[in-house]
Structures are given as C-alpha cells and as structure tokens.
Design a protein around this ligand. Structure first.
Ligand SMILES: *Cc1c(COP(=O)(O)O)cnc(C)c1O
Length: 470
C-alpha cells in the first residue's frame, strides 16, 4: 500500500468515543462494564493502526472493529487453566496436570470447599485439632509406620526432612543419585537450601557399601538414597540397596532417608512395568524416613508424603518450615479420599484414573480408536487408521518404561503435521497430540470415551486447507 493509502486508512479509522457509545447500545457488549469494553476497543484500534502502518489491508469499518472487540472480550472470559484433551499417551503428564483424581477424591474436595469442616477441630474435645491427623492415621494403618506427615509436594518433603534432621551436618549421597528431576528439582540444590552439607560418595556409575561406611564421620547426620526416577544408568553399574544402606546407617546410629519420588503403593509388575520400587518395599528395606509425591503413582493430589519413624517425623512436625509448606484443606480432603481407596486395593485399582488408564486392555483401546475413526468418516484432507503405539507412565517416574497402546494415525494432505498440531492447541478445548514420522498420533490410552466427539470435531476443523479452525 502506498504511503498516502495508509494515511487515508488511518484517517478513516472510527474514533474511540463514537465506537464506545455504539458498543454500549450493542447486545454483544451488554453487562460487560464500560471500562472493559473501552479497553478492548482501544486494543483493537491500536492493532488496526499497527496493521495499516505495516501495509496490511485492514477493514476500518465500525462493525469490523466492534466484532473484533467483542471476540477479544469473549476470549478474555475463557479460563486460562482449562481442560485439554490428552492424545499424547503420557498418563501422568507433568505439564497437563499429572494425576487425575478419583471420583471420591473429587467429591471430598467439593464437600470441604463448600462448607465448614473439621480441618483443625477435634470433635471429641471441642478444641483445636491437628490438620494432619486426617491422613496420618490412614498412612499408619496402610503402611504400618509410626508416623506420617504431608506437605505441599515431594520437593518440599525432601527440604523439610533434611532441614529437620540434618541442618548444619553432613548427609551422604551417592554421586549416581545426584539427579535433576523435571522442572528444576535438583537434589544437590535442595540439599544446599536445607542447610545440610552434601557429602558425595562413589562415582556416577558405581557406588559400593564401603563408600558409605568410609564417609561416615563425626558430623554425619544421615545417609540418603534418591530414586533416580527419570534417569537410569545402564551397563557397568552398581548401587547399594536400601537394605544394605540401612544396615550401614543403623550400625552407626544414623537414619536412612529415602526419596522414593513416585510412591507406588501397589506393584506395577502386573502391567508390564518392572523395577519400580513400592513404598512398602522401601520401608521393609529399612528406610527410617521415606518421602514420595501424592500425584504420581499414588494417583492423588499434589502433595509430598513423609512416612517413617516417629522420632524423625516429630522433628519435622515442629520445624518452622512446616507452616510454610503446609497443605490446604482441599489437598487433605483429596488425599484422604484417595488413601481410603487403598484400604481395599481392588477399589484403588478400579477407581483411580491412573490405574484405570494403565490397565485398559488393548481391545478397549482398539474399540475406542474405531469409534473415533467412525466419527471422523471420509475426509478429503486426511486419511486415518488405527496403529500400534507405546504409551508412557510419565511424571518423571519409571524411566523409559512404555506400555503397548493403540493410536489413531492421521496422514494430513492439506497442512503440515506441525501446523495441524498448532491449530489443535488453539481450540477452545485444546488437543495435545504427538508427531511421529510425518504423521500425527492420537493415543487412545489417555483419551476418555467422552472426549471422542470433541476430538473428531477438532481433527476435522484443523485439517482443512483454509485455517477454519476456531
Ligand atoms: C518427582 C520427584 C521429586 C519431586 O516431587 P514433586 O512432588 O514434583 O515436588 C523429587 N524426588 C524424586 C526422586 C522425584 O521422582
């Protein structure tokens, strides 16, 4: 556009005052509040001005601007954190909210959120009670431990345990276990924050029992074992078992702390996942304090669960950090309800979404895939078929472990897989998919039946040549 064309367009842009009075009479803006309407009109006028100066063709009509402003206001009303359809096949997807709660846990959250509760009230005495008691008793019963405590997440659990047990003293850890896990949880940095002194032993690939016993000195407060979770060294390696470490620690009157990370309370071997230690195994191995996440393999809310010997847990209960790391009533309600399911393992397996997704037979995944294919129908812009795939446990737990799954594969004709996936994410209910060898995979293990209609609609809209995806 020539320069004079641009000034002509700028001159023809409607004036703010006129636009605002038009908008205030317009049903699209009713009940929106004058200030917010003015802000959105101003933003659209500015965008139009920028586009004109950049030489783009701009509709400078009043109606076009009102339409844009109404759309802008509408989009601002969409919650920022909103549901997404998980077609990635990663069951515990850290970026998509990790564990989904079981129905009883959801119900429990609603109940305590909506009304007063006995959060810190002891009805037997009519006096102030203990907020942790609701889950402590259950954890004691389920795991046979002396004491338990819950904090905001497992990173907080490690921080609290080290601060309470080892501040100003040495904690001995294998070099092979000084790992970084997901979003910036680094074992050495958490140790430093806690005020304890990290004493590294062994090498990256091998640590022997003698490395631990040889490192114990006057100022040693504890031995610590860390489950390397999302990282594994294979080949010429050696680590010292929990039982061996516990024997070394106890021989010198020291506790063994064990950061288990994922915290499975039921064995995963029936689902083809090997080598994931359970909480019970860690405890029977002799760990004095064991901590794990609430929203990984337990299938509960975000939380850090500490269990073990009363002498150490008591120190944590009285540590000033606890107030800063404490969980709220909704977390406690969800956790209590989740833990209750574990009193009857069949209930846990049947009701916790993580186990439901993990245990779905391939035939159900195939049936779900076929339903999706039927909803997609014949289309000019893509071909779709059902293929074998691998789903993942996720959440920085169980490294490299994948389980067989089924996916609907899309070969797109009118857009690239990257552009298609980008469009899927711009939908009001976004869809996360996986690109594999120039095709797009929608893994059926993490897609509920109830999402199939929306998923089919999204695929059809986003695969068209024109950007018809709204
Ligand atoms: C995941 C993990 C953590 C961090 O747990 P959050 O609950 O995410 O804070 C710490 N340690 C290990 C070994 C883990 O696997």
């Amino acid at each position: 556009m020539a320069m004079d064309g641009r000034s002509e367009s700028l001159r023809r842009l409607p004036k703010m005052d006129g636009l605002l009075s038009r908008a205030m009479e317009d049903s699209r803006f009713s009940h929106k509040g004058r200030g917010l309407v003015a802000d959105s009109l101003r933003a659209c006028l500015e965008a139009a001005r920028r586009d004109i100066l950049a030489g783009k063709a701009v509709d400078v009509g009043e109606e076009a601007l009102l339409q844009q402003a109404a759309a802008l206001l509408q989009s601002q009303e969409t919650p920022s954190q909103r549901p997404i359809i998980n077609g990635t096949g990663v069951i515990l997807h850290t970026n998509l909210g990790r564990a989904l709660l079981a129905q009883p846990a959801i119900q429990a959250v609603q109940t305590v959120a909506a009304g007063y509760s006995t959060l810190e009230f002891d009805c037997s005495t009519g006096k102030r009670g203990d907020r942790y008691i609701h889950v402590e008793n259950l954890l004691k019963e389920l795991l046979g431990v002396e004491a338990a405590l819950v904090v905001n997440n497992n990173a907080a659990a490690v921080l609290l345990a080290l601060s309470a047990v080892a501040r100003g003293q040495e904690v001995i850890v294998s070099r092979g276990e000084l790992v970084e896990i997901g979003g910036a949880f680094r074992v050495p940095e958490v140790m430093e924050q806690s005020g304890c002194i990290l004493k590294e032993v062994g090498t990256t690939n091998k640590t022997h029992p003698g490395d631990y016993s040889g490192a114990i000195g006057e100022n040693t407060a504890a031995l610590m074992k860390v489950h390397t979770s999302n990282y594994r060294i294979v080949g010429f390696t050696e680590e010292v078992s929990v039982a061996e470490m516990a024997a070394i620690a106890h021989d010198r009157g020291l506790p063994l702390l064990y950061d288990l990370g994922s915290g499975a309370m039921l064995p995963l071997s029936p689902y083809g996942v090997q080598d994931e230690p359970t909480v019970q195994e860690g405890l029977s191995g002799g760990a004095d304090v064991l901590c794990f996440s609430g929203d990984k393999l337990l299938g509960g809310p975000q939380a850090g669960i500490l269990v073990g010997k009363a002498a150490y847990i008591e120190k944590m209960k009285h540590h000033p950090l606890l107030r800063a790391l404490r969980v709220d009533k909704m977390t406690l309600a969800a956790l209590e309800a989740t833990l209750r399911l574990y009193r009857y393992p069949e209930e846990a397996l049947g009701k916790i979404p993580f186990y439901q997704m993990l245990s779905q037979p391939l035939e159900s995944l195939e049936a779900r895939g076929k339903t999706l294919l039927a909803r997609l129908g014949e289309a000019a812009d893509f071909t779709a078929d059902l293929v074998e795939s691998r789903a993942q446990i996720g959440a920085g737990s169980v490294p490299n472990e994948t389980i067989p799954s089924r996916a609907v594969r899309l070969q797109l004709r009118s857009v690239t897989p990257e552009a298609f996936c980008h469009r899927l994410l711009q939908r009001p209910e976004p869809v996360a998919a996986r690109i594999h060898k120039d095709t797009v995979l929608l893994d059926m293990r993490t897609v509920p039946d109830g999402a199939l209609d929306a998923l089919a609609e999204a695929v059809k809209a986003c695969s068209r040549k024109e950007d018809a995806c709204e």
